[in-house]
Design a protein around this ligand. Sequence first.
Ligand code: GLN
Length: 484
Amino acid sequence: MPLSTLSILTAAQLSQLLRRGEVTSRQITESCLSVIREKNPRLNAFLEVFADEALSQADESDRRLFDGAPLSPLDGVPVAIKDNLLYEGHIASCASRMLEHFVAPYTATAVQRLRQAGMPILGRLNMDEFAMGSASETGAFGPVKNPLDPSLVAGGSSGGSACAVAAGMVPLALGSDTGGSVRQPSALCGVVGVKPAYGAVSRWGLVAYASSMDQVGVIARSAEDAAMVMQLISGGDEKDSTSEENLRFHQLRLPDMKKTRLALPVEWFGAELDCPVPGSENALSFARAMEAAGATLVPVSIPALEDALAAYFVLSCAEASSNLARYDGLRYGHQTAMPEDLSALYAKSRGEGFGQEVKRRILLGTFTLTSGYQDKYYLRAQAARERLTREFRAVMESCDGLVCPVSPRAAWELGQKPDSVALYQSDLYTVPANLTGLPALSFPWGQAGHMPGSVGLMGHKTGLNRILGIAAMAETLKGGGANG
Ligand code: GLN
């Protein structure tokens, strides 16, 4: 097996090669490192590579494999992590000047579980600052470029994770998804992205953006690979009281298509399935292919979708303004030099540490929580969220999955900087899963110009295995995984 081809294999294929003794974890890790050396200077996906450490973790894994005692099916397969996940002794910057030198004092549960499964951690991945954005351009350390066409954005906020997986720098990556940040960059880079149900993966050690919606997610080259990671990281954790053991992901199962019912919201596909909204054509072509394979398509109406995007931005900014209050220049993070007094210390440290988009969200969130405006914005957004949750619950009672577009547009030109509202609109199809707490994923399907097209699926709270199974079926229909 030539080492240069290792970087395009799936994690499941690498796992088999490792178990058959045809490659070593060190060889896989070295091949990833060589792709990173070659491509990262241009693509800017990795903010830091833990080369020596990952190689010694790979050697430990090789010893276990040699002794016939692997810790998990992914023992020896490298992974990289978004830079808002803590890994003890390593910087976790959230792509912000505020945390540029912040060293994590402990390890996030999801990362810990990957280490316990024997996976070498290759490095930390670029993102939008504090996970706020949809193009990975708001970070303080430069934008991430799309590996399929470096003149275009990689999507965001987990753009570094999607770019690294799509470029063959690493087979698997963790990201986070508060409003679409795993699914949308995966869609723009042509890989698979999974946002588990709220509570399926512990948020312990994930830097908080909007705590009622944040979830750790997985970016991979196939549905099967994403399922393998979900098996390792999901399940209850005493350190996060919102995590739930009954949301543990057990196994990928291919569904019986003849018994599969797929919901299509008329708000996105039209009553006549005429695709009135941008980005829905590939989703409809996927639904048609599933229908041809035996699935039943069920048109449904979810009127509350109309308010989802507005509700998301009111609630996420409100939560962000409260979560980011902890960066006060005193306890951790950037501290201004020689402030005149305490209030100057706060103001200057925050003013210098945060970028423009983060400041905008803190201002918006603080405003909507101000007394007098709370009823008008925050409480109305909460009510819209409840309506949406009720309507989705009703639909999911009789369907196995809901088909949706992921992004209204394919990857756009880097540096184009659409105005904030236009950028916020790119989250239109992804935020409902975060508001309702349901599991959701995206995978490549069709084309969007010269770039890959994508489809989204949402499932029951406990139904990630079903929608992952449907995505895996779709891959077999197309004849292979994300790169197939
Ligand atoms: N693009 C969305 C936002 O800017 C989603 C971010 C995310 O999921 N972290 O809020």
